[in-house]
Design a protein around this ligand. Structure first.
Ligand code: PGA
Length: 258
């Protein structure tokens, strides 16, 4: 894992935006994987600003979402499909037809999960942006998820329901199930880029980077990925034992490539 520790959450967003810009620039058709949640919002704002300044275009970019709540209308402001369009794709030059997500209202969830798995695999995701749940989830792969799982139906962990209640008017409104890309789907991306900011993420970040690879912390599976980048601010990095080494290694890497 390449672990980049920044001074501030703003710097996390700048570095992530640079990586996304490098991925979509001058490459012809490209598929990127995007995440919802609070953490990537600053990255999306940065990319929107660069688009508005004429520095970047996403006209060649298709977007694949990680997950979607079951039972929520796509038009609902809390659906992830609506969220990514509102927060990002509608504010840049990405056509709605290029925004792909599982349909949380499909009559057969199993058939929808299989369809979405095929769609994502056929697209071949280059950069996959990820957040991490305070319980160590990526996508909605909660503790205990199978490492080899394809896109599937999941029951949300009570911690996730509590964490996400802030987006709804009451905790009772938070859906209890979702369709998510599985850990195998996410691992198939060429370059997973996981972002975490704030002290509340410090235990999950430490478990992911330095803990054993265990289904109890699903994000720890990324230790097996040969090309994974983790970008965290100093608060989210605060429980990493080898913090100083990661900072020094990154400095050296930059000196080598500059
Ligand atoms: P957050 O969510 O960015 O809102 O903290 C992260 C996640 O659950 O993946």
């Amino acid at each position: 894992m390449r672990v980049i520790i920044t001074e501030s959450p703003a710097e996390v967003a700048t570095i992530a935006a640079d990586m996304i810009a490098d991925t979509v620039r001058g490459k012809g058709e490209v598929s990127i994987g995007l995440a919802t949640g609070s953490t990537p919002i600053a990255t999306y704002k940065e990319l929107i600003a660069r688009y508005q300044a004429g520095e970047i275009s996403f006209a060649n970019t298709s977007v694949y979402m990680l997950d979607e709540y079951i039972g929520i209308d796509r038009a609902d402001e809390n659906s992830y499909y609506r969220t990514i369009r509102r927060e990002f794709s509608e504010q840049v030059d990405i056509d709605d037809s290029r925004v792909h997500s599982p349909n949380g209202q499909a009559s057969s969830v199993a058939a929808e999960a299989a369809r979405y798995e095929e769609t994502v695999r056929a697209a071949g995701v280059s950069l996959q942006l990820l957040g991490i749940g305070s319980d160590g989830h990526i996508g909605f792969n909660e503790p205990g998820s199978a490492f080899d799982s394809p896109t599937h139906r999941v029951i949300l962990h009570p911690q996730t329901v509590r964490d996400n209640a802030r987006f709804f008017s009451s905790i009772d409104e938070v859906p209890r199930e979702a369709i998510t890309q599985g850990l195998a789907t996410i691992r198939a991306a060429e370059h997973p880029v996981l972002l975490a900011t704030g002290e509340s993420k410090a235990p999950a970040v430490a478990a992911m980077v330095e803990g054993p690879v265990t289904a109890h912390c699903p994000a720890s599976i990324l230790q097996f990925h040969p090309n994974c980048t983790v970008i965290v601010d100093s608060a989210a990095a605060s429980q990493l034992l080898d913090r100083e080494f990661y900072i020094a290694a990154e400095k050296q890497r930059r000196a080598r490539t500059s």
